[in-house]
Design a protein around this ligand. Structure first.
Ligand SMILES: Cc1cc2nc3c(=O)[nH]c(=O)nc-3n(C[C@H](O)[C@H](O)[C@H](O)COP(=O)(O)OP(=O)(O)OC[C@H]3O[C@@H](n4cnc5c(N)ncnc54)[C@H](O)[C@@H]3O)c2cc1C
Ligand SMILES: *[C@@H]1O[C@H](CO)[C@@H](O)[C@H](O)[C@H]1NC(C)=O
Ligand SMILES: *[C@@H]1O[C@H](CO)[C@@H](O)[C@H](O)[C@H]1NC(C)=O
Ligand SMILES: *[C@@H]1O[C@H](CO)[C@@H](O)[C@H](O)[C@H]1NC(C)=O
Ligand SMILES: *[C@@H]1O[C@H](CO)[C@@H](O)[C@H](O)[C@H]1NC(C)=O
Ligand SMILES: *[C@@H]1O[C@H](CO)[C@@H](O)[C@H](O)[C@H]1NC(C)=O
Ligand SMILES: *[C@@H]1O[C@H](CO)[C@@H](O)[C@H](O)[C@H]1NC(C)=O
Ligand SMILES: *[C@H]1O[C@H](CO)[C@@H](O)[C@H](O)[C@H]1NC(C)=O
Length: 508
């Protein structure tokens, strides 16, 4: 441990110490002994010299445990920031020895309420495992377990390469990927998880192993990965940049047109055997913007096209014919997409605001315009009622292109929802105000989702585990097929029988 790390840990009494001192001297003076009945000095002495330990009461601890969603959050007594994979092995072994729960964190955008079941223990914060190495053949890159999306995109871009990452710049690479992982390039290359080639993983018993497609565990990492281990690094496929340029057309509609807008979306892309074109991403958001419409939420439609500087009129005209309130066209490159859609590093979704941010996701095949109109009315009431806590809610409709996602056989990965076309979720952002408000959010979110589910004609609720609220079942997170559940449970029983990795959407 070094001087500045001590300072980060707010051990100010020690700040007069020389810049490099032996880890064990520092930790013995720092109150690690007999903390919560555990002598953490033993752990500190086993970690590499650049590993860090943050204690409650320090700014570094507070920064590490603060999360994007302040709802049902995990509680830790101590944060370990490993600097090598072996540090993770030591931390897991130590935690097991003292029966302490542990939880890996990276981009801290995980928001599922099951995380709140962690009430004490060790947070293993991966930010120092940030290496990105392109292999000599240029076909793959080895990506540290603590890499976030923007860093990966930028590092690859500088080498003329890219791969599928989450769209939001501040989410982890592997947090999304271990649950499948949607991104701008998925129509070309598949999900984030579809790029995985091999992984280094620390298992529940502290073993560090390397797995690839020949392993059952590797199958599970591609969609249910949070349940099985800590991925210290992943080697993933990368690609030459083919079409750097992108264009976006943003059309803002009045909520009065909710049925007409989604009728057009269906006709264009989603029904009668049609599919989303490979070069097009079509998202829409609903939100209350009193400047544009003081009475009800607007519908913002984003039409994002790859390889052009202006979105093709074949895509825009059917929507323009409906008479949007406003339109805006921009052109740039792949790296502008996050800014255009409000999910870049400086945008609100990348700040820790102290808000609760529950989502209630459902995958759909197409829009049911009747159901859209009904949920619009609920969303309208929820966001515009005079005393509402939910005026900042955002309703997200994500329509990525799907060609390469669907080309991969459904049974070949733990991700279960390749047949679905749309990822839909209300995000009920609110300032926490106790359990009664949390319950109202849960009730409203589930009510909205239930209408969409009833309108879908589906016989199982399909949800994206990475957007999940937390009250869904393992069937909803991992697919309702009996064989999927059996296969995942069998592997869980074998690799993690004590449920060490069961804070994030547990299989059992
Ligand atoms: C604004 C926003 C935008 C989003 N955009 C997308 C998107 O474009 N595509 C998409 O698919 N999803 C997206 N998501 C959802 C995203 O997949 C989840 O929020 C995900 O949990 C974020 O991972 P994280 O590393 O940021 O969060 P964390 O909370 O740090 O991690 C989430 C879970 O993953 C586990 N984990 C993280 N890293 C590792 C690792 N190396 N080994 C083992 N376990 C690990 C953690 O233990 C935790 O349980 C978005 C979410 C938000 C809030
Ligand atoms: C804590 O562990 C350290 C390192 O093993 C040891 O030197 C120290 O004596 C222990 N303290 C107590 C109170 O057991
Ligand atoms: C991401 O990149 C920024 C800027 O280079 C750097 O400060 C940060 O440490 C990186 N984060 C991770 C997790 O690699
Ligand atoms: C999170 O919400 C609680 C109330 O539930 C509040 O006391 C706390 O200050 C919030 N945290 C942050 C970081 O704002
Ligand atoms: C909004 O207000 C109306 C009228 O007061 C009420 O009927 C409705 O239940 C409220 N809706 C929500 C979601 O609070
Ligand atoms: C659409 O949703 C409505 C209301 O939820 C439902 O009655 C109807 O059957 C659904 N239509 C289809 C085609 O599933
Ligand atoms: C750890 O668990 C794995 C998976 O169950 C097993 O193969 C391995 O033998 C275990 N290692 C030890 C040291 O027990
Ligand atoms: C694309 O445009 C329209 C808006 O959403 C919209 O209705 C449709 O949903 C979008 N497509 C997809 C696929 O989301």
């Amino acid at each position: 441990m070094h001087y500045h790390q001590l300072k980060l840990a707010a051990l100010s009494a020690l700040s007069i110490w020389a810049s490099a001192v032996a880890c064990r001297d520092i930790v013995s003076a720092s109150g690690l002994e007999a903390r919560d009945g555990v002598n953490y000095t033993e752990l500190a002495t086993k970690l590499s010299k650049n590993a860090q330990i943050y204690l409650p009461g320090s700014g570094a601890f507070d920064a590490a445990v603060a999360r994007w969603s302040n709802l049902s959050t995990p509680v830790a007594n101590l944060v370990v920031v490993p600097s090598t994979e072996h540090d993770i092995v030591e931390t897991v072994n130590f935690a097991n020895q003292y029966s302490l729960p542990f939880l890996t964190t990276n981009g801290v955008h995980g928001s599922i309420t099951t995380l709140g079941k962690m009430t004490h223990g060790i947070e293993i914060h991966l930010s120092q495992l940030s290496g990105i190495t392109i292999t000599p053949d240029g076909q793959t890159a080895t990506i540290g377990g603590g890499v976030i999306a923007k860093n990966l995109t930028d590092a690859l871009w500088a080498a003329g390469k890219q791969t599928v990452t989450g769209t939001c710049e501040c989410v982890g690479y592997l947090g999304p990927g271990l649950g499948g992982g949607h991104g701008w390039l998925q129509g070309h290359y598949g999900l984030i998880a579809d790029q995985f080639v091999s992984a280094n993983v620390v298992l529940a018993n502290g073993s560090l192993i390397t797995v690839d497609e020949n392993s059952e565990l590797f199958w599970a990492l591609k969609g249910a990965g949070h349940n099985f281990g800590i991925v210290t690094s992943m080697t993933s496929k990368i690609y030459d940049i083919q079409q750097p340029n992108y264009a976006i057309e943003t059309l803002i509609f009045s909520g009065d047109q909710v049925e007409a807008v989604y009728e057009v979306a269906n006709e264009q892309w989603l029904t009668n055997g049609k599919t989303m074109p490979l070069d097009l991403i079509n998202w829409s958001y609903w939100y209350f913007d009193p400047v544009t419409d003081p009475e009800k939420p607007v519908i913002a439609m984003y039409l994002i096209q790859q390889g052009v500087d202006t979105v093709d009129t074949a895509y825009t005209q059917p929507f323009l014919n409906l008479g949007p309130i406003s339109t805006q066209a921009l052109s740039g490159t792949y790296r502008d997409l996050a800014t255009w859609t409000g999910i870049s590093l400086d945008a609100t979704p990348c700040q820790k605001t102290g808000n609760a941010n529950p989502r209630f996701p459902i995958y759909l095949k197409s829009y049911n315009t009747t159901a859209q109109a009904r949920v619009y009315e609920l969303f309208n009431q929820a966001t515009t009622n005079a005393s509402t806590a939910f005026s900042n809610a955002l309703f997200m409709f994500e329509g990525y292109s799907q060609q390469a996602v669907k080309a991969i056989p459904s049974a070949s990965t733990a991700f279960a929802y390749r047949a679905d076309n749309l990822l839909v979720a209300p995000l009920l952002t609110y300032t926490p105000d106790g359990p009664a408000l949390d319950a109202r959010a849960s009730e409203l979110g589930n009510q909205i989702r239930e209408i969409l589910y009833q309108g879908s004609g589906e016989t199982s609720l399909n949800t994206y585990v990475n957007y999940a609220y937390g009250d869904e079942t393992p069937l909803a997170w991992y697919g309702s097929e009996v064989w999927r559940q059996d296969r995942l449970r069998a592997l869980k029983g074998e690799v993690d029988p004590l449920g060490r990795f069961s804070f994030y959407a547990p299989i059992v």
